[in-house]
Design a protein around this ligand. Structure first.
Ligand code: HEC
Ligand code: HEC
Ligand code: HEC
Ligand code: HEC
Ligand code: HEC
Ligand code: HEC
Ligand code: HEC
Length: 446
């Protein structure tokens, strides 16, 4: 159809429309002057037919109404869901270098994504109203995307990524605690509308502890011993009023698979507080053993010791009397000066060059651990296919695997013990991988 045709067509339609309207107005005037009742309009006719149907078949009518409501709710629900997936957020948070704008990229490398903890599980107060508020905040995101320049958007995102005080408000403690503590989970669930009619809009709203925590192999941060560092979350968070981000900043967006607190963070604050009050109950910086419990356990040969089994202390060091919790300083001059083959040579082994032993132990450790790293990754990828039983097996695997991963000395602290731990991890992980039909990454041993 050409444009002039279209214009003619439109003019004709308009003329028809005007004529119909005129007719209607005339009829109305006629009715009024003659005192006639209004002839029912089309909509009214339709309504009265529906009314008749409702009287004739009340249950069918109720069924249809319910079906319509369900369809409408479903459409809303689906729309809410579609706009809540990390992939949706990733449409605008698109950068691929770790930093502001790359939140989707960093999240997808982080353990939380493997456990299907999505963006709005952390970016929104737990519960139904928290979810709806986050959705409204999302409308503002959309507005921002359209209205703001890219520079302005990046400015806002940079604030979240670099200003700790700002970030603490963006993601307050409660958002994390609902998953990582049992007591907080209970108190949040007791005081919050978690869902309407049991419809959960996101993962966090269905999280019940201890079940969730245990099925994911997580500890209760307030009531369990931490596995690597002797550390009280209760004293630091509840006692001193710290935010999770004081130590776990970048927990989902640091670019790592797992985000570990840094020793500098601990020392910076302990030093500052000690300067104000020398008697605070924080360990001295050179009291390595007070914090590094897993290294102490390695040194004493008791890490992951099974019931009734004998400890396996590092035999060479036992011979030289430098093992045990109080002997860290025989190799570690201070917390940040890492011992090397050279320092061990001059400190302990005199003129003899034992550097080759260091290298041998570390090379062996790498050879044993590399296939376990690959296995760990493959198992995490299959996490959501696992049955409850397989998940329990996975959690057991993780306990052994993590113990190896914590030992950044690469076996030097106790090369006898780490081999046993690696064997255990390999056995459990291989059985699980076979059960899941995942090819087991090849290693040099079994
Ligand atoms: C249409 C593009 C778009 C989508 C989709 C989008 N965002 Fe954003 N987001 C932005 C823009 C633009 C900003 C910065 C301006 C602002 O605060 O609105 C932003 C800012 C943010 C901030 C920082 C807010 C602040 O106050 O510092 C967070 C957190 C965030 N988005 C999370 C999400 C999550 C979670 C999703 C998915 C549910 C998502 N975004 C989806 C564009 C988007
Ligand atoms: C485990 C919780 C968690 C998950 C899951 C998570 N975030 Fe974050 N997010 C945080 C925390 C905490 C911050 C505060 C800054 C920091 O420490 O990284 C943050 C900060 C942000 C910011 C502010 C800018 C910045 O880079 O810091 C944006 C935007 C954002 N997140 C978007 C997302 C998107 C999009 C997803 C999903 C793809 C997501 N987040 C998943 C915890 C999470
Ligand atoms: C919806 C529940 C949920 C929320 C919310 C959540 N997490 Fe997690 N977190 C998990 C799960 C599940 C894992 C992964 C466990 C695994 O498979 O290893 C995890 C892992 C972690 C780990 C790594 C544990 C390790 O073994 O090293 C840290 C640290 C952590 N979360 C801190 C946080 C912080 C801080 C926040 C808030 C910004 C937060 N989490 C929010 C569920 C959650
Ligand atoms: C003062 C520092 C500090 C603060 C504040 C802090 N943490 Fe931690 N957190 C640690 C340290 C240190 C570890 C590591 C312990 C280890 O590896 O043995 C840890 C470990 C964890 C783990 C891993 C537990 C596991 O299953 O292995 C989670 C989850 C966690 N913290 C969550 C949180 C949450 C949630 C908050 C806020 C309520 C928080 N942390 C506040 C220092 C802190
Ligand atoms: C913002 C300040 C601050 C930060 C950060 C901090 N601490 Fe502390 N910590 C303290 C203070 C203050 C005390 C003494 C508490 C008292 O006197 O009751 C303490 C005590 C301790 C203690 C002995 C008592 C206890 O709670 O078990 C340990 C162990 C400890 N801190 C470990 C750590 C580790 C590990 C980190 C880093 C991951 C860390 N702290 C980070 C302030 C901090
Ligand atoms: C207040 C508690 C605390 C004390 C005391 C402490 N550390 Fe740490 N250290 C930590 C935490 C927390 C980490 C980070 C978690 C991790 O990497 O296991 C850490 C990490 C380390 C690392 C690994 C750093 C890296 O980047 O790989 C070394 C090495 C280390 N500590 C050595 C020591 C030595 C040696 C001493 C004693 C002279 C000591 N630490 C005393 C808490 C402490
Ligand atoms: C025989 C010498 C020796 C002794 C004794 C020793 N270490 Fe180490 N330690 C090392 C070497 C070597 C490294 C590796 C340094 C590097 O990363 O290059 C190391 C690394 C570490 C690390 C960082 C890796 C990790 O596991 O997080 C910590 C922490 C650590 N030692 C703590 C301790 C503690 C605590 C003690 C006392 C219980 C101790 N060490 C005793 C030699 C020793």
């Amino acid at each position: 159809m050409s444009f002039s045709n279209f214009k003619e067509n439109l003019a004709e339609r308009y003329a028809n429309f005007k004529a119909r309207m005129q007719e209607r107005a005339d009829r109305k005037i006629a009715r009024k002057t003659n005192g006639e009742a209004k002839e029912p309009g089309r909509f009214k006719k339709w309504l009265s037919r529906v009314g008749a149907f409702a009287k004739r078949r009340p249950s069918a009518f109720a069924g249809i109404i319910i079906a319509i409501i369900v369809v409408l709710l479903f459409v809303t629900y689906e729309a809410l869901h579609l706009t809540s997936t990390p992939q949706f957020c990733g449409q605008c948070h698109v950068e691929t270098e770790v930093g502001p704008g790359a939140e989707f990229h960093t999240w997808s490398k982080n353990v939380h994504s493997f456990a299907e903890v999505g963006c709005i599980d952390c970016h929104g107060r737990p519960g139904f109203f928290g979810y709806m508020r986050a959705k409204i905040g999302g409308m503002y995101d959309l507005y921002g995307e359209i209205v703001y320049s890219k520079e302005h958007k990046m400015e806002i995102l940079t604030k979240g990524a670099t200003d700790l005080e700002y970030a603490k408000n963006l993601v307050p403690n409660d958002y994390c605690l609902i998953c990582h503590s049992d007591d907080a989970n209970k108190s949040i669930r007791d005081n919050t509308v978690m869902s309407f009619f049991g419809v959960e809009m996101r993962k966090v709203d269905g999280v019940k502890n201890p079940e969730f925590r245990q099925s994911n192999g997580l500890l209760d941060i307030y009531n369990d011993e931490m596995p690597n560092i002797s550390f009280s979350h209760d004293n630091h968070v509840n006692g001193l009023g710290l935010s999770c981000l004081d130590c776990h900043s970048g927990v989902a967006h640091g670019g790592e698979f797992k985000n570990r607190p840094k020793m500098e963070t601990c020392f910076a604050c302990h030093d500052e507080r000690r300067a104000q009050d020398p008697n605070i109950a924080a360990p001295a910086n050179d009291d390595c053993a007070a914090c590094h419990t897993s290294v102490v356990a390695l040194h004493e040969g008791t890490l992951l010791l099974e019931e009734g089994a004998e400890p396996t202390p590092p035999s060479m060091m036992v011979d030289m009397g430098v093992y045990g919790a109080e002997n860290c300083s025989s190799c570690h001059a201070d917390a940040f000066d890492k011992p090397t083959a050279a320092t061990c040579g001059t400190n302990c082994h005199g003129e003899m060059d034992y550097g080759f032993m260091f290298d041998e132990i570390r090379n062996e450790f790498d050879t044993v651990k590399a296939p376990l790293d690959a296995l760990n990754t493959e198992l995490y990828k299959a996490l959501n296919k696992m049955t409850a039983e397989q998940k329990a097996q996975f959690n057991q695997f993780k306990e052994y695997y993590d113990a190896l991963a914590y030992d950044k000395s690469k076996g030097i602290h106790n090369n006898e013990l780490y081999r046993g731990i690696a064997e255990k991890a390999t056995a459990i992980g291989t059985e699980l991988a076979n059960g899941l039909g995942i090819p087991v990454p090849a290693g040099e041993q079994n």
